[in-house]
Design a protein around this ligand. Sequence first.
Ligand SMILES: [Zn+2]
Length: 309
Amino acid sequence: MASSRLPLFAALSLLASPASVRAQINTVQPIAPDVYFHEGDPRRGHCNNGWIVMNDYVVEVDANYPSGAKIVIPKIRAMTEKPLRFVIDTHFHPDHSFGNQIWSDEGAVVVAQAGTLDELEKSGAADWDLSAKSRPDVAASRLKLPSLVYTDLLVFDDGRHRVELRWAGIAHTRGDTLVWLPKERILFTGDVCVNGSFNYVHDSDIGEWIKALEAAKKLGAQKVCPGHGPMGGPEIIADQQGYFIELRRGVQELIDEKKSPAEVKAAVPELAARLRKIAHIARYVPTDAYFTAHVGKAYMELGAGPLPK
Ligand SMILES: [Zn+2]
């Protein structure tokens, strides 16, 4: 369903961060010695990046789009001469993986969980062609697949820094990686957690995602670097999880009330308004058109079939 995927990305990229959280777009944010966060520009569809300067090399979190990679690479080069040796695709979506070739040109090996390689092998080429039609940076580059692949856990540890790549389970996609720094208690979440109305549910399983967020919470991060939106503390994992729990609860209520699919669809604005009144999850509720996609996904998962077009 690549054809329905990319227009949504394009539209999501137009959403700005909500005013309640402080955005620091395109700014290098030091978060611990040798650990950095860089918030991507949503207007260009960029995801967030992060990097860890190890003793001998740099590990990069997310490849971004080619244009996003080209913003970040000079900033890393300006702070260290160590080689950019590894770039992690936290999942297969274009805004996290289509910059792979740019990092590879710098000498980096692309690392991903097996599910991400699988998805890129399946749909990467078609997504690429579609994306290249509207993105000159994609048109000028080419698809590069991960070549270092893990299943459950992959660890970089040089004594000074420990970087754990952990499969999140089924969540935003089937191949999401959490990047966990146990010494610094910093978690890079990819799109398992976002901070704002960026959730894209097309390739997800919301029910499983709620469980994955529970496991992510248990890591005990003090600083959480989401896939989109500003950095935060552990509350952003809890808030994102709370949003999905309330979404599912609201949809389940409509099912329990024996509403028809058309009636469920008609109830979308009312449910959105209700969720927007819950302070800690309000920022996760997108505009009604996108919220309808969230409701539709939850409705399918709860066994009630598709919503009418
Ligand atoms: Zn994504």
